[in-house]
Design a binder for this molecule. Structure first.
Ligand SMILES: Nc1ncnc2c1ncn2[C@@H]1O[C@H](COP(=O)(O)OP(=O)(O)OP(=O)(O)O)[C@@H](O)[C@H]1O
Ligand SMILES: [Mg+2]
Length: 324
């Protein structure tokens, strides 16, 4: 099998998955790896919450729509649909103040709130716009844009809206813009969908469905699945019979340690979790027919750059650096 193309080799990686699977963590780890490898990276959150910047540079406040520089070659922003719409209408109408007046109009906002799909389209339109941005000398403003997408369900609808608009609207600027966004989503060379799942029973089936829909209905490239937070085997090779040996000590106590039977039970519990994780990991690989990237559960959680770097080393192993 051909080696997988590095994740950081695309222009746009959209990280998706169910709630709480680790999308933000994976987006942040990739952003860190890519910026450390010399790429100019933009990490984008979609929606009201801002968690990424605090992970990459603890203490950073919400960067909002304007975005913030988190370090060399690393920028973060949050796409708010109303702001993106204001910007878009401003560009279309040529008068920003007029766009702002339209958007402040209560009746117009009520109409918008009831309209399906515009948030998704305008958000992806903004991503397209960011991807097209260039430096004065003509090179792209960002080498890599990472999108921390809304939880699946929403995540795929989010990507499907441009296609629906292109098939429903026959002409005009809306169709033209949606077609540009659809082309970006479907460009297998530039764009990748990166599903993140946990190694559990239900996620294995859900991830299979996600990959199928992404490929067949949306036409976006998916080349691997990230399986996050796997419990590693608790014992190093050669020590597999430690629980048995501990139990063999009976009621004897080892100085400064819990009863041997309790230690044996802890090890056995972790071993069972690890084995179950490995089983579901295999199931995800087989159901999806894709390679999986397994990320370990870090015992103290993920608080900042040092833990992100541990995950980044698995997601994007360093192959040397590229000039920024
Ligand atoms: N490999 C890991 N090891 C330990 N903890 C992890 C790992 N990955 C994620 N976590 C923790 O799990 C929680 C959920 O992760 P995260 O916020 O990245 O998920 P999410 O998919 O973005 O969630 P949401 O759908 O709410 O946006 C966080 O507390 C995070 O620190
Ligand atoms: Mg998140």
């Amino acid at each position: 099998m051909d080696p997988l193309r590095p994740l950081t080799d695309r222009r746009l990686v959209i990280v998706t998955g169910k709630g709480g699977t680790g999308k933000t963590t994976v987006t942040a780890a990739l952003a860190l790896a890519a910026s450390r490898a010399g790429l100019r990276v933009l990490a984008v959150e979609v929606g009201p919450d801002s968690e990424l910047p605090g992970l990459l540079a603890p203490g950073t406040p919400d960067p909002g729509y304007e975005g913030v520089e988190l370090g060399a070659g690393l920028r973060a922003m949050r796409i708010e649909p109303y702001r993106a719409l204001g910007e878009y209408l401003g560009l279309q109408l040529g008068v920003r103040a007029l766009a702002d007046r339209v958007l402040r109009n209560r009746a117009f906002r009520q109409l918008l709130d009831a309209a399906p799909g515009w948030r998704e389209l305008i958000t992806l339109g903004k991503v397209w716009h960011l991807e097209q941005m260039q430096e004065p000398e003509g090179r792209p403003r960002f080498d890599l844009i990472l999108v921390d997408a809304p939880a699946t369900g929403h995540g795929l609808t989010f990507l499907d809206v441009p296609r629906v608009v292109v098939s429903a609207v026959r002409m005009g600027p809306l169709r033209r813009n949606a077609a540009l966004v659809e082309a970006m989503v479907k460009d297998r060379d530039r764009t990748l969908l990166l599903p993140v799942a946990l190694a559990e029973e239900l996620p294995a089936r859900e991830t299979e469905e996600l990959v199928r829909r992404a490929r067949d209905e949306i036409g976006i490239a998916v080349d691997r699945v990230v399986v996050n937070a796997l419990t590693p085997p608790p014992l190093p090779a050669g020590l597999e019979d430690l629980p048995r040996r501990l139990r063999g000590l009976g009621t004897q106590r080892l100085p400064g340690l819990p009863p041997p039977a309790s230690m044996a039970a802890c090890i056995e519990h972790l071993r069972a979790r690890s084995a179950l994780g490995t089983r579901y990991l295999r199931e995800i690989r087989e159901r999806c027919g894709l390679p999986v990237v397994a990320l370990p559960a870090l015992p103290a959680g993920v608080e900042g750059p040092s833990e992100l770097a541990e995950l980044a080393a698995v997601l994007a192993p360093a192959h040397g650096t590229r000039a920024r």
